[in-house]
Design a protein around this ligand. Structure first.
Ligand code: AMP
Length: 310
C-alpha cells in the first residue's frame, strides 16, 4: 500500500492547497515513466508541494482512439512517486468530478464548458486529431483553476501541446507559469511514452528508434548548412529526415514538418541565427521539426510523435 496521498475531489484539493505557499502542478494521464518523473523532479526543486494529476481525460480522445484501453496503473504510479516523499500528492478524480455534465468522446454529444485555442490547435497534430487540443485545453484549464499552481510542467515531447498551453495561459490570463522540460528518451533514442508498451520488442528497439534518428539527421543538416548560409531551406531539412523514415519498413509517415515555433505555420526557410544559447520557450526557438508516424503494434497500429527544436 503506497503512502502517497491521493486526493479525489476538487474540494479536497482546495482544502489541501491552502496550507502551502507554492504548488507545482504536473498534469499526466498516468502510466508514469521516467519522462513524467523528470517533470515531478523539476517541480520538487521549484515548489513547496507538487500535485501530480493522474487522469485519463476522455475529451481529448476521439471515439476511434484508445480511451478504453489506455493503460491505467494507479498502484504502480503511486509506487514510482514514493521516492519523492510527502512533498508529492496525487490528484486522481473520477470522470464525474471533472465533467459534472458527463462526457462523451463524440463532440456532438458534449454538454458543458469547453476551451479551444483556435488556429494553432488545428495544425500538425490537429489535422489528424481535430478535437485533441480542445480536450487538452479544457482539462488543463480545469486543473489550473482547481489548484492555482505557481508553475505547471509539460514535456517538450508533446511540443505542440507546450505551444498551445502557453497560448491558453497567456490569452486567458491564467495565473500560472508554464515550464517546459526536455524529452526523456530510452537508451535507443526513442522518446519515452506510455504507448511504447503497445509495440513488440523488435519494433520498439529496432524500428521506432529511427524516428529520433530522422529528427537528428534533419537537425544536423540544418546545423551544417547554417554555418555557411543565412537561412536554410525547410525542404532540404525535411529531406534529410524523410530519407530515413521512408527507408524504414513498417513506418507510415503522417507528417514531418518544419514549423514556426509560435504560429506553427510551415516554414519555407529557417534562419541560421540562433535566438538564445539555451532556449527554454517557443518564443526563443527558431523552428520546430516535428513528426508523427504510425507503425505496427501488438494488436493495432501505434501512433508516435517526436520532435527537436532549433
Ligand atoms: P501524458 O501522461 O502522456 O499525457 O504526459 C504527461 C506529461 O508528461 C506531458 O506534459 C508530456 O509531454 C510529458 N511527457 C511524456 N513523455 C515524456 C518524455 N518522454 N519526456 C518528457 N516529458 C514527457
Amino acid at each position: 500500500m503506497s503512502t502517497v496521498r491521493v486526493l479525489r475531489t476538487v474540494k479536497e484539493v482546495r482544502a489541501w492547497k491552502k496550507k502551502f505557499q507554492s504548488i507545482g502542478l504536473v498534469p499526466t494521464m498516468g502510466a508514469l515513466h521516467e519522462g513524467h518523473l523528470e517533470l515531478v523532479q523539476r517541480s520538487m526543486a521549484m515548489n513547496e508541494k507538487t500535485l501530480v494529476s493522474v487522469f485519463v481525460n476522455p475529451s481529448q480522445f476521439a471515439p476511434t482512439e484508445d480511451l478504453s484501453t489506455y493503460p491505467r496503473t494507479l498502484e504502480a504510479d503511486l509506487a514510482s512517486l514514493e521516492r519523492f516523499g510527502s512533498n508529492v500528492s496525487v490528484f486522481h478524480p473520477p470522470v464525474s468530478e471533472m465533467y459534472p455534465c458527463g462526457i462523451s468522446t463524440n463532440i456532438d454529444e458534449q454538454i458543458g464548458a469547453f476551451v479551444s485555442v483556435d488556429g494553432i490547435g488545428s495544425k500538425l497534430e490537429g489535422q489528424f486529431r481535430p478535437h485533441f487540443f480542445r480536450g487538452v485545453s479544457t482539462v488543463v484549464t480545469k486543473l489550473i483553476n482547481i489548484c492555482a499552481p505557481r508553475y505547471t510542467y509539460f514535456g517538450q515531447k508533446d511540443v505542440q501541446q507546450t505551444v498551445v498551453v502557453r497560448r491558453l495561459v497567456n490569452d486567458l490570463f491564467l495565473p500560472t507559469e508554464i515550464v517546459i522540460c526536455p524529452t526523456v528518451r530510452e537508451s535507443t533514442g526513442l522518446a519515452m511514452s506510455s504507448r511504447n508498451i503497445y509495440m513488440d520488442d523488435t519494433t520498439r528497439f529496432k524500428v521506432a528508434p529511427n524516428i529520433f534518428k530522422a529528427l537528428c539527421a534533419a537537425e544536423n543538416r540544418y546545423r551544417e548548412m547554417a554555418q555557411t548560409e543565412e537561412s536554410v531551406s525547410a525542404q532540404v531539412i525535411k529531406e534529410a529526415g524523410l530519407k530515413i523514415l521512408e527507408a524504414t519498413p513498417g513506418i507510415q509517415i503522417e507528417y514531418f514538418e518544419v514549423s514556426d515555433p509560435v504560429t506553427l505555420d510551415s516554414l519555407d526557410t529557417v534562419s541560421s541565427a540562433a535566438k538564445a544559447s539555451q532556449p527554454q520557450h517557443p518564443e526563443q526557438w527558431t523552428a520546430i521539426i516535428s513528426t508523427a508516424i504510425t507503425l505496427p503494434g501488438r494488436d493495432r497500429r501505434v501512433r508516435l510523435i517526436d520532435n527537436v527544436v532549433l
